[in-house]
Design a protein around this ligand. Structure first.
Ligand code: NAI
Length: 737
């Protein structure tokens, strides 16, 4: 169907000749009511005549079309629109076409040369368009054309004033396209080429004759038609050809490094890369332009980050790679400190999937819990700060591209349960650098101290893609190797789902690599979506072992080793398979949905249970209660299994003497065949009772009613108070001693 403009009212400025006349005739021919505006000036903006516009109006009318003339300058924008409203009652289309030239070499450009050009082209188009805008907005339809020029897009000798105005019109159109979109007002820009009185001085006569305005007008008609959804476009048009233009941007290059000032020398040194249009991007709006800029902030922030980051592997190497183990091995990174309190511990526990849905998790999620503690794998967090600091980049002999870094393996060993607050200092040393051919492996040993006391040790295995082949050794006695699981089927399997926001939550513990949150960054690495942190899956697997084989007791945890094999997507389920071999629990972790192994060669080493037999207990201490506990220990040895069935709880006792804590006992009637522990107990205690040595004896001898003792404050109870009822049964039993 042909494109009709029946019922549409079209204003063409500068329509007394050249391109404008052609547009006016073409619109009228297709049924539009046309306002033929022309000041009738000469090409430099001088003079004034109504003849030019009148002539075009006559031409249109002679062909049976509808047109009225307007002789105002575009600088009187309102008047042009008023003519349209008076004659036809509305305005649908504005073609900003009027123009003049005042070409001068830049040095000779006068104020007037400059101002007149800006006034007619840029300000004129602004005033006319603004006068039409609200009418278009109210009727929810409008089509606007801005006329730019190749001189503006590319520059042209002697046209500084004109180039500036013409590209100014493109900027204006870009924003009108955005502001008008929701009102169905579209604004597009053309850079035409046609023979006219403006070009006859610069083009040979035969070219002027053959580049006809009628080869430009059809594009203007299409862009102004209601069917056309193009908005914000820029087109070169002439000789019957039309092409669209857009911006292109190089991949660019980050010249800034974390904690270092940005220097012009760095820009000089990477100039080629900055200007290299290979794999150029085409940002289409301010958001896209800005997005990549903002992601640079986090990229710089996470320099030296060892999160699984093949993102980078896809991006081509930026820094030259060069490894010299003789220089690098033994180098120390600047020490880092990590201050934290229970908030970080809880946030980490949530990050590795702990939930209040599981009552056993509360001890890691609630700082008021009597056994509140830190998950053992939190030990990677303070040491990771040493890595995040970008320290690796300062090591001599390690000239590597940090965008090529992958987290290969992790070993963590705890020397004591982690505190839940405080200040930890980490010291990192390059333990070894290995040449694996396809890449290099950097073994980074990190010791973390609380004051002078060594709390934990981490070994990061960092794989640097493409950095191998420097003639180094392939293996190291300093490496903590992965160990394959036994061949039999696993002793235990735990399936646990990660949430859609698992990575968004985990990163708050300090691994800010945008690969785990920013879809465009993940896409650069060839991932459909941001991936879960390897150390997050590591945390999941470790707590599965802790629950399955160590009763969620952090003090039982000694060490963990994993090899990261494949990424996990947030929302997928992790299946941890476990094999217990003495104090070692071998683990393998899979994504349940795909059956892909994600953590391999992994294990957790536990400390043996610290159950003490009554015989080993110190008999001294001058407490009467000692004898009673010794007897309890004997009874448990004889009939523990039965009691475990009957009671199924762990009781803590704090015995005081002269108002001071004098002894601590735990009666475990929950696990195995029951046991008694003296001294601090780090496992889960269901209920803890504090009582003086004397009152304790009164109670066990049946002289003091435990309830009365409780209400009088002689017996204090923490934890599950209901369980103390069960204890009463046992105590009564022992009272018969
Ligand atoms: P033209 O000189 O034939 O037409 C321009 C018209 O605008 C003239 O009729 C003139 O009287 C009128 N005019 C000038 N000042 C005015 C004012 N203040 N108010 C109202 N009308 C005024 O030139 P041509 O070639 O048709 O150019 C049309 C538009 O296309 C201009 O904006 C020009 O800069 C642009 N252009 C043309 C190119 C070409 O190859 N012809 C190349 C690039 C851009």
């Amino acid at each position: 169907m042909s494109l009709s403009f029946e019922g549409r009212v079209v204003l063409v400025t500068g329509a007394g000749g050249g391109l404008g006349r052609e547009y006016a005739l073409a619109f009228a021919e297709r049924g539009a009511s046309v306002i033929v505006n022309d000041l009738g000036a000469d090409t430099k903006g001088g003079g004034k005549s109504s003849a030019a516009a009148d002539k075009v109006v006559e031409e249109i009318r002679a062909k049976g079309g509808k047109a009225v003339a307007n002789y105002d300058s575009v600088e009187d924008g309102e008047k042009l629109i008023q003519t349209a409203l008076d004659a036809f009652g509305r305005i649908d289309v504005v073609v900003n076409n009027a123009g003049i030239l005042r070409d001068r070499s830049f040095a000779r450009t006068s104020d007037l040369d400059w101002d007149l050009i800006q006034r007619v082209h840029l300000r004129g188009s602004f005033l006319v368009t603004r006068a039409a805008w609200n009418h278009m907005k109210n009727q929810k339809f409008g089509r606007i054309i801005m006329t730019a020029s190749a001189a503006g897009i590319y520059g042209n000798f002697g046209q500084a004033n004109y180039s500036a105005a013409k590209l100014g019109l493109l900027g204006l159109a870009n924003t009108l396209a955005i502001e008008g979109r929701k009102y169905n007002i579209h604004c597009n820009t053309i850079a035409p080429v046609a023979g006219s009185r403006l070009t006859e001085t610069v083009m040979p006569p035969d070219l002027v004759a053959s580049l006809k305005p009628e080869y430009v007008a059809p594009l203007v008609l299409w862009l102004c038609h209601e069917q056309c959804q193009e908005n914000g476009g820029l087109f070169e048009v002439g000789a019957g050809w039309i092409g669209k233009l857009r911006w292109e941007r190089t991949q660019g290059y980050i010249v800034r490094q974390k904690n270092q000032s940005m220097k012009p020398e760095a820009i000089r040194d990477h100039w080629e890369k900055i200007c290299d249009f290979t794999d150029a991007t085409k940002p289409a709006n301010v958001q896209e332009s800005l997005q990549s800029m903002v992601s640079v902030l986090s990229q710089v922030e996470s320099q030296g980050d060892v999160g699984v980051n093949p993102a980078a592997a896809a991006a081509s190497a930026g820094l030259g790679s060069g490894i010299d183990p003789t220089k690098a091995v033994g180098q120390k990174l600047p020490p880092t400190t990590f201050s934290f309190n229970h908030t970080q511990c809880i946030l980490y526990a949530l990050g590795v999937g702990m939930s209040t849905k599981d009552p056993d998790h509360l001890r890691f999620l609630y700082e008021g819990h009597p056994d509140f503690g830190c998950l053992p794998t939190f030990g990677v967090i303070p040491s990771q700060a040493a890595m995040m600091g970008g320290g690796l980049s300062s090591v001599p002999g390690l000239n590597i591209d940090f965008t090529q870094v992958l987290h290969g393996e992790q070993y963590l060993e705890l020397y004591k349960p982690l505190p839940t607050s405080g200040k930890l200092t980490s010291e990192a040393t390059i333990a070894d650098v290995l040449d694996k051919g396809s890449g290099a492996v950097i073994l980074l040993d990190v010791n973390t101290y609380s004051g002078n006391e060594l709390v934990c040790y981490n070994q990061f295995s960092v794989f640097v893609v493409g950095a191998g082949g420097f003639g180094g050794k392939r293996s190291s006695e300093k490496a903590k190797p992965p160990v394959p699981p036994p061949k039999r089927s696993p002793d235990a399997v735990v399936i646990d789902s990660t949430t859609r926001d698992q990575a968004a939550l985990y990163r708050l513990s300090g691994d800010w690599n945008p690969l785990h949150i920013d879809p465009s960054f993940a896409a650069m690495g060839g991932f459909k979506a941001p991936i879960l942190h390897g150390l997050c899956s590591f945390g999941f697997a470790a707590r599965h072992v802790l629950k399955q084989f160590a009763d969620n007791d952090p003090s039982r945890f000694k060490a963990i080793k994993v090899r990261f094999v494949k990424p996990v997507m947030p929302g997928q389920s992790l299946q941890t398979e476990m094999w217990k071999e003495g104090n070692r629990v071998h683990i393998q972790c899979k994504v349940k949905e795909t059956d892909a192994v994600v953590l391999a060669g992994a294990y957790v080493d536990l400390h043996g249970t610290s159950g003490a037999s009554p015989e080993n207990l110190s008999q001294g201490g001058g407490l009467q209660s000692e004898l009673v506990f010794a007897e309890i220990g004997r009874r448990i040895k004889d009939a523990g299994s039965e009691l475990v069935k009957k009671v199924n709880a762990v009781f803590g006792w704090e015995i005081t003497k002269d108002g001071k804590k004098a002894a601590q006992w735990t009666i475990d009637l929950k696990s195995g065949s029951g046991s008694l522990h003296k001294g601090p107990y780090s496992g889960k205690v269901d209920v803890t009772m504090t009582v003086s040595d004397e009152d304790f004896m009164e109670v066990v001898q049946g002289k003091l009613n435990p309830q009365k003792a409780f209400f009088s404050g002689k017996l204090k109870v923490r934890g599950n108070i209901m369980l103390s009822q069960k204890l009463e049964v046992i105590l009564k039993d022992y009272a018969k001693l």
